[in-house]
Every structure is written in structure tokens, then in C-alpha cells.
Write a protein that binds this ligand. Structure first.
Ligand SMILES: C[S@@+](CC[C@H](N)C(=O)[O-])C[C@H]1O[C@@H](n2cnc3c(N)ncnc32)[C@H](O)[C@@H]1O
Length: 196
């Protein structure tokens, strides 16, 4: 899984802000994100979305994560070049989307832009993504929002989200990439049954 080669990193980081700008324009007012929101981004790459979310919405907590420490450094450089210093509400850390180091229900919004296929050994596989989506469900509060874009196994992702109790609020199907907004139910997830 996961670590990109140098060319892939360069490609991801080069247009990080332009991609994020396009995403937010496509979401428009479907993204309800108040100033008090606690926001998590998985696979934050070059940090473009973190920059725009911070500047436009001023969330009370914004955590940018990436599996690859080199990408966490790249996002830190991008944001430090932009602002001089990182705002206190922003945290950057290396974390695996398959095993998130956050308490249940600790975020109002989770973003996963073009990163879900990266949790797989092969991008077209569908073996680990259910686990990543369970983790998203776990760390979102009841009534929280999941925003993602993805190019591989898009129908399966929608199927898993439905099984996990998410409701689709917006879907922009492209010929290559889906952009979607889902909401968790207004109740906390059921506790896992005890192991025998
Ligand atoms: C194609 S890039 C997308 C970056 C950014 N979200 C964007 O849209 O520009 C995928 C990112 O996911 C990260 N990634 C890969 N596997 C991951 C995992 N298991 N957990 C968290 N991040 C992961 C990669 O290091 C990379 O930065």
C-alpha cells in the first residue's frame, strides 16, 4: 500500500490548491461547515484542501493526515510558505486511514479526496476500503459528513457506505471520478458485539 514514488508525489503536490479549489466549487453550499466544526482530512497530500478549508471556514479543529510522512512534510511546507506559521487549530500528522488514532465521534466532517484506492495493494482491489470506510464512520459524530472523491470501484464504495448506514446527500458522477457527500445517521454506531 501507500507510498507514492517521486513522480507521483510531484504530480499530487504540483496542483494541490487548484484541485481543492475545483472540489470546493463543485460542492458549493452542499458543504455545511460552520466555524466550530472539527474537520479531518485523510490522505491530505500537498495540503491544498487544508489551506482552503482553513481560510474559508475557520474550523475549530482541522487535522490533516497522510500515511506517508514525506507528504505530511510537503503539506507542512506548503502551508508554512503560505502563512508563515501554522494556525493553532491546525494539526498535521502521519496516520493510516485503516487505523485512525482518533476517538469515536471526534469529527464533524471527514474528507478523503482521491485517496481511498491508495489503501489497497492494487488500486483496483476492494479488500481494505471497507475497513477505511468503517474508520470514517467510527470517527464521525452522529449526523456527521463524509466528503470523498474516487475513481476506482465507485459502486462498491457506495454499497459499503449504505451498509454502514450512511445517507447520500450529493453525488457528482464523472466519467472518471465521483465526488460525493454522505451523512452518518443521527445515532452513534452500534457497539461491536463482544468476541466469544
Ligand atoms: C492521490 S493522493 C491525493 C492527495 C490529496 N487528497 C489530493 O486530492 O490532492 C493520495 C494520498 O493518500 C495518501 N495515502 C496513501 N495510503 C494512505 C493510507 N493508508 N492512509 C492515509 N493516507 C494514505 C498518499 O500518501 C497520498 O498523499
Amino acid at each position: 500500500m501507500a507510498e507514492m514514488n517521486r513522480f507521483a508525489r510531484w504530480a499530487v503536490n504540483r496542483r494541490t490548491e487548484a484541485r481543492a479549489r475545483r472540489t470546493l466549487a463543485r460542492l458549493g453550499d452542499r458543504l455545511s461547515l460552520g466555524a466550530g466544526a472539527r474537520v479531518l482530512e485523510l490522505g491530505a497530500g500537498g495540503g491544498g484542501l487544508l489551506a482552503l478549508v482553513s481560510e474559508r471556514y475557520g474550523p475549530s479543529l482541522l487535522v490533516g493526515t497522510d500515511f506517508d510522512p514525506a507528504q505530511v512534510d510537503a503539506a507542512r511546507r506548503f502551508l508554512t510558505d503560505r502563512w508563515g506559521t501554522l494556525p493553532p487549530a491546525l494539526e498535521l500528522r502521519a496516520a493510516d486511514a485503516l487505523n485512525l488514532p482518533f476517538a469515536d465521534g471526534s469529527f464533524d466532517v471527514v474528507f478523503a479526496m482521491m485517496m481511498l484506492h491508495h489503501v489497497e495493494e492494487r488500486h483496483a482491489a476492494y479488500e481494505r476500503r471497507p475497513r477505511a470506510l468503517q474508520e470514517v464512520r467510527r470517527v464521525l459524530r452522529a449526523g456527521g459528513t463524509f466528503v470523498y472523491s474516487e475513481m476506482f470501484r465507485r459502486a462498491e464504495i457506495r454499497g459499503t457506505l449504505a451498509e454502514l448506514g450512511f445517507t447520500q446527500r450529493f453525488l457528482r458522477p464523472g466519467w472518471r471520478v465521483d465526488l460525493a457527500v454522505y451523512e452518518t445517521p443521527n445515532v452513534p454506531p452500534a457497539a461491536p458485539s463482544p468476541r466469544p
